[in-house]
Every structure is written in structure tokens, then in C-alpha cells.
Ligand binder design. Sequence first.
Ligand SMILES: NC(=O)c1ccc[n+]([C@@H]2O[C@H](COP(=O)([O-])OP(=O)(O)OC[C@H]3O[C@@H](n4cnc5c(N)ncnc54)[C@H](O)[C@@H]3O)[C@@H](O)[C@H]2O)c1
Length: 462
Amino acid sequence: MNDRRAGSRRKGARGPRRLETDCRVNISIFGLGYVGAVSLACLARDGHQVIGVDIDAHKIAQINAGQTPVVEEGMIDLMKQVVADGRARASDDALGAVLATDLSFICVGTPSAANGSQDLSAVTASAAALGRALRGKPGSHVFVFRSTLVPGTVEEVLVPILERESGKQEGRDFFVAFQPEFLREGSSVRDYDHPPFTIVGCRHDGAEAAIRELFGHLPCAVHRTSLRTAEMLKVCCNNFHALKITFANETARLCDALGVNPFEVMDLVCGDTQLNISRAYLRPGFAFGGSCLPKDLRATTHLAKMRDVEMPMLAGVLSSNDRHLDLAVSRVLASGARRVGLIGLSFKAGTDDLRESPMVTLAERLLGKGIRLQIYDPEVFMSRLIGANRRFIETHLPHVGELLHDRIEDLIDQCDVLIVAMNNPTALAALQQRARPEQQVIDLVGLPQLQALPCSLEGLCW
Ligand SMILES: NC(=O)c1ccc[n+]([C@@H]2O[C@H](COP(=O)([O-])OP(=O)(O)OC[C@H]3O[C@@H](n4cnc5c(N)ncnc54)[C@H](O)[C@@H]3O)[C@@H](O)[C@H]2O)c1
């Protein structure tokens, strides 16, 4: 991993720039669709010398005639200008384009194959052509993949092709980066100039420096990540967008069946920037639970069924949550330990509410597998539990009183595996002092402090 989160920076908002001649970069762009054509026009506008390469003769002819191959706001005038100024042209000559430039962007399509996998044929064909061209080129070159690629593609597929076809070595003879593109069709020139951030996935400083030179002036932070993180980030962003649209649409279908205005509801949902449109609930961790979310999801999906409204995404949420719980159970069982301590029982730190706590379900499942479980939760006292909370625990963990310990030290001294399910300073301090090298901690919350413990550490899925 060569992530350098601290290395990000933010620049003041500025518009497109024209470069001094000594900053001009010779650039080739492979694939002249929405991403490639807009990049070609904007980079040429910014003062660089750009050659576009495509296998589509019609697109090449259009660009060389100063016309845009894609319908996008601002592109007609921009393309006319940059071609007239002699800063952009197009060709089908991959070899000539690599020889004449210092850096290539690869923006070819990566559509779905019949089985749903990503069809990499265009990007692998481009990598092979680029590698062959590099074989005869003296000096270095930077290849920047901008097509959306599933994680691992650059390292496992594309770099090996480039190295095989060129006979050269990445990091020594040439550099490779993955820089995801975040523009949206319809507003792509504006989006190009105002990205949410510039992400540079790479293994070597040479690739990062080249991208900073081209995009460092944009009004956003630059983050360097590993290649896989950058690839994952792009698909993650698209999946999140799809999930948001589907959430709004499922909600609208139910609203419609109930005579509720979905626009009013979603507008107010978006008005909550503390819990809804915020970082809240977007940090990886353990399964959700508690006295509200599971029951309200069940009530919503039941209501939808009664009204003949299909909500497959929301109806699948509890099942996905259960899979997360299954993973925790399998991590504990895989450790082979019989004496296990669970730190945290209520559904979140700072409360004694045990109703639908995923930790109670975890405890139930581990006890069912014959694990000798001990539990520490500084907020939970059997003598104080009342009402629905008490009834819930009496149904699910009737002998919980025998499992609960007042002192975290008892768990640490008597257990082989400790499951950390809450962020509790007392527990963390005791672990730091008393944990033994042969002990294992299984982290369900993603606490950075656990990295310093004097024992082995396993995260739930990190
Ligand atoms: N369209 C978007 O808004 C958008 C936004 C971000 C990322 N992306 C991603 O960027 C990539 C490109 O998307 P697009 O919409 O611009 O694609 P597109 O289908 O519009 O264009 C792809 C171009 O690549 C050309 N091509 C195919 N094989 C080639 C080869 N061997 N050499 C040279 N050119 C070749 C095609 O002829 C075509 O002109 C995709 O991976 C896509 O997922 C797209």
C-alpha cells in the first residue's frame, strides 16, 4: 500500500488556464468517446499539445474537421477552437502517437460482457498497442488509465501486457497510473474543470508528478492512493450513486401507494445534513441493530407487500446485515478458541439498550456453537434492566447474568480471543496493559488504537 492520505492538498477555485509554453506537455489520448474527446478538448484548451487516437475513422475525421464526436455543452466551440489553433488532432496511428508524446491517457470503453463481467478487450488491445509502440521509443513514458476498471486490472492485467509488449519495466523505464474520471455526460466540460477530487492511483512518484503537472491547478484536493484503491473508489462511487437513485425511487413507489408526495419526503430527507446527507453511517464497522432500524425496516417492507409495492433493495437490507453477523461468527470460530471474551453487548456504546443488539445475536450464536463466552459492557447491569429491554435479553440470553463481568481484566486474563465490539477507553487501556502476545483480538469496530496492542489483531473485513 502506498496510500498517502496526508499528502492531499486543496487549491483555490480557478478556471481553465492557458499554460506558459515551457509547461506544455505532449499528450496522446486513446479512445475518443465522452471521456476521451472532452479530455482532448480541455487539455488542448489548457495549452497542451494533444493527439487523439481511435479505431473509429468517422470520429477521427470529425475531430480533424474541428467537430465534436460527442454531444456535450460547450464542446462545439471548444473543439473548433483547439483544432483551428493546431493544438489538437486525431489519428489511428498508435505508434506515432506514443513516439510523439510523453504521456498517454487510455479512455476506451469497458462495457459489460454477457455474463456481467467487465469486457476488457478494448483496454487490453490498447495496452498491447501502447506496449509495442514503447518498445521502439527511447526515453520514458507515462500511461494513465482513465477507463473505469475493476480493482486489480491495472496491476494484474495491464502492467504485465505493457511490460511484455515493450520488453521494459514499469517504475524504471515507464510509469503507470490509474486516474478515475468523475465527469457526467451532459455537463462533462464543467465537471472536467470542477471534479470532486483528483485521484492518482500509482506505485511510483514519476506518475504522480506527471498528473499533478496536468491537473494540479484544478480547484480540488489531489489524493495519491494505491492502484487498487483508485480503481475501487471509482466503482464504489458509481455503486453509491445507483444505490441513492434506487433508494429515492423505491421510496417514491411506496409514497405513491400511500398518497404521500415523494418529492416533499425526499427533499426533507436531504435537508438533514447531520445524519442523512453526511458522513454518518458510512464508516465500515459491525452490523446495525437496536430498537429502531430493524423493526422499522421490517414494518416498511411489510407495508410495501400489503400495497403490492416491490422494494427489493430495502427488502434485502436485513439479509445483508445478517451476512455481516455471519462473518463475525465465522471469524471467531476460525480462530479455534473456546474461551472468548466479548467487549460490548448493547447495540452501541453509551447505552444499555440490548434490544436487537447484533452483539446479543453474536453472543447467542457463539454460545450455540459451544464457545465459553464472557462478556464485559460497562453500561449493562442486569439489576437495572427493565421493561422491553429486560424481556428481550431474557428471551435471547437468559443466562446473561452469569456471563457478564464487572471487570474487563477478568476477560483479558481468562480468554484466548477477545472481540472488541465497542469503543470504550477503559477496555482499551486494560487491553493495552494486559493483553498477551498469544492472544487474539477480533476488531468489529475498526479502531485505529487497536493497532498498538501487544497481541495479534484481526479486523472483521479490514
Ligand atoms: N461516459 C461517462 O460519463 C464516463 C464517466 C467516467 C468514466 N467513464 C468510463 O470511461 C471509459 C470510456 O467511456 P466513454 O463513455 O467515453 O466510452 P465510449 O464508448 O463513448 O468511447 C470509447 C471509445 O474508445 C474507442 N476505442 C475502442 N477500442 C479502441 C482501441 N483499441 N484504441 C483506440 N480507441 C479505441 C471507441 O471507438 C470509442 O470511440 C469507460 O470505461 C467508462 O466506464 C465514462
